[in-house]
Design a protein around this ligand. Sequence first.
Ligand code: SF4
Length: 251
Amino acid sequence: MYDPIKRTRSLEKIAYQGRDRRYYRFRGAKWYGGIATGDVAVCNLRCVFCWAGDSIMDRPQDVGKYHSPVDAFSRLDKIASKGGYSQLRLSGQEPTIGREHLLELLGLVEKSPYRFILETNGILLGSEPDYASALSGFRKLHVRVSLKGTCEEEFNSMTGAEPESFKLQLAALSKLKDAKVSCHPAVMVSFSTKENFAALSDRLDEIDRSLFQQLEIEELIAYPHVMKRLETAGFTTGTSHPPHDVPNDLV
Ligand code: SF4
């Protein structure tokens, strides 16, 4: 078991240098109806179902390279222009690691025509007192907080992290709402019980009545490397989808 905050601190030097963030890929993607995507390396969780390859999860120091905010924006802009996309996002591993890079990149997006989606596990937004409020001035930003399970127990079994850190994911939503940052929660439910899902709806309602209505359901995409990892860890899944046949409502 590990503490995600301590894990963040131990990986920061690999994740960023000054304002430059390590990315392992820039690409166009089908999600959100088409979006230019920068995939960053390094995460403070280790989810058993993570779609990132084992080399990215286990040896982030060996993948990709550092990019300045200006360079990252320029690459995203080129991909978006070529693909006709109106949206940009950071995804891959955890984009909130390297706050200065993220804030400068968001500043560049503000002067552009694009909408920006930040995909995060919310651990740092929930733990650092002023991180969510630092995002409050960015009008083009929307934050998607991906909950790893519906409760502490599921969070622990999926991530291997201390169960109490699940509360940081919920705290991220609370702080983003307080700071009036556009956001919604998503939740991976392929390993969840109906009872736990119902209990999550109550917890989201306590934070803000709109959150459960906006809750996005995530289901497992059965990439071969993910299925192998799950099998090794002794997981059995509920619903999952082959990578070439993800339902439209999940894209
Ligand atoms: S939080 Fe996201 S990027 Fe990090 S390990 Fe989990 S699924 Fe992968």
